[in-house]
Design a protein around this ligand. Structure first.
Ligand SMILES: Cc1ncc(COP(=O)(O)O)c(C=O)c1O
Length: 411
């Protein structure tokens, strides 16, 4: 099973979806006078905004569109550079390219999130934003990144696709930067198959986000109309059906996090004494999602052998989330032959080059890292080994013993 929310789909979600089907309103807009119209998308936006501690949320149809809407909402476009980590899902980078800005790749550190020291080195006069990605449920070093962004007058965009529900020093991830985005695909904390959300504290940004996601309309399609539309928007709307499932899922968030934290604590304690084994640095142990447990083995060779024995892969070989495996970025493959934004008259920087090995610190860390699933089993993340949301301590203990056994001969 992919993510924790997916494993708990049940009666609550069924009831919510039936309500929508019986109402006759599948579209996010309906008649305010008709009691049958339940406005699930609107309600979900209110609930997520409240959970994140921000006044504005816009529901969209995926985490990828959430990122594109967020970047365009901030006015990021041709000629701009956005600093993003070399360890992330392709959507963090593809959204930058589709906003027609260029991704500048930075190293990750032992948190497996952006290394603030390398971000500082990558800032140029063309930098417009830093994109912090909270990988595998663990918040990035938000304090340092926020301070850097402020000192250099940059936007901080938080890609929280893999960390819905995580908190960093008391604040929800997504609420620290100017915009935060979430994904509800099947590998995420909660899911509706697909779906996304953008949040912000700023009303002017919110109005832009809303318009971009719905053909230039003012929020809730109230107000600005013919003759006064601010720009050309698109359609990234969420449906009432998706919002219904997500409202059912949202009520399970606490159950999910409590269970994952208990299983992760137990797994970690069961292997913590292994000499030579190191754990990924967690910026806020209470606040993280605990969806995965990442370990660093003493060397790449040992990591590859242990991973093979466990039927999984080291993170560097996992494919989906590592810059060195993203040929479409390395070779700047764009959908039209002009090569925009990598080749663009608005871009005033030196020729952009991406190559395997350009982030040696990231390569070295990912080469000896193994992701153990606590609640997200995804071959693309290299988390083919571990436990799932449905598993209790008996399975945790058995898997931990299996890990110890696989590592034994290398100690
Ligand atoms: C870090 C990150 N960003 C963005 C996305 C895109 O989300 P979606 O699949 O909902 O488009 C994902 C999805 O896996 C992700 O992991």
């Amino acid at each position: 099973m992919p993510g924790p929310g997916m494993e708990l789909i049940g009666e609550e979600e069924k009831r919510e979806v039936l309500e929508v089907l019986e109402s006759g309103y599948l579209f996010r807009y309906g008649s305010a006078e008709d009691p049958a119209f339940k406005a699930k998308v609107y309600q979900l936006e209110q609930e997520v905004g409240k959970l994140m501690g921000v006044p504005y949320a816009v529901a969209v149809n995926s985490g990828t569109s959430a990122l594109l809407v967020a970047l365009c909402g901030l006015g990021i476009g041709p000629g701009d550079e956005v600093i993003a980590p070399g360890y992330t899902f392709i959507a963090s980078l593809s959204s930058i390219v589709w906003a027609r800005a260029v991704p500048i790749l930075a190293e990750v550190d032992k948190t497996l999130n952006l290394d603030p020291a390398d971000v500082r080195r990558k800032i140029t006069p063309r930098t417009k934003a830093i994109m912090a990605v909270h990988m595998l449920g663990n918040p990035a070093r938000l304090e340092d990144l926020k301070a850097l962004a402020e000192a250099h007058h940059l936007y901080l965009v938080e890609d929280c696709a893999q960390a819905f529900g995580a908190r960093y020093k008391g604040r929800a991830v997504g609420s620290v930067g100017e915009v935060g985005t979430y994904s509800f695909n099947i590998f995420k904390t909660i899911t509706a198959g697909d779906g996304g959300m953008v949040v912000t504290k700023d009303e002017a940004i919110y109005r832009r986000l809303f318009g971009i996601h719905d053909q230039g309309h003012a929020p809730l399609r109230m107000g600005v109309e013919v003759g006064r539309r601010p720009f050309v928007g698109l359609d990234f709307r969420m449906t009432e059906l998706q919002a219904a499932v997500l409202r059912g899922q949202l009520r399970k968030l606490d159950t999910i996090t409590t269970h994952l934290h208990a299983n992760k604590r137990r797994f970690k304690a069961a292997i913590a004494d292994l000499p030579g084994l190191e754990f990924r640095q967690i910026t806020d142990p209470e606040g993280e999602c605990a969806t995965l447990l990442t370990v660093f083995l003493p060397s790449e060779e040992v990591a590859r052998r242990v991973a093979k024995e466990l039927g999984t892969k080291v993170v560097a070989d996992s494919g989906w989330h590592v810059y060195a495996n993203m040929e479409q970025i390395l070779e700047k493959r764009t959908v039209t032959a002009e090569g925009c934004p990598f080749r663009c008259p608005h871009y005033q920087g030196p020729e952009l080059k991406y190559w395997k090995g350009m982030l040696p610190q990231t390569d070295a860390l990912l080469g000896r890292a193994i992701n153990i699933s606590i609640g997200v089993s995804d071959a693309g993340l290299g988390s083919g080994f571990g436990v799932t949301m449905r598993d209790g301590f008996d399975v945790v203990d058995a898997r931990a013993a299996q890990f110890r056994e696989a590592f034994r001969e290398y100690q």
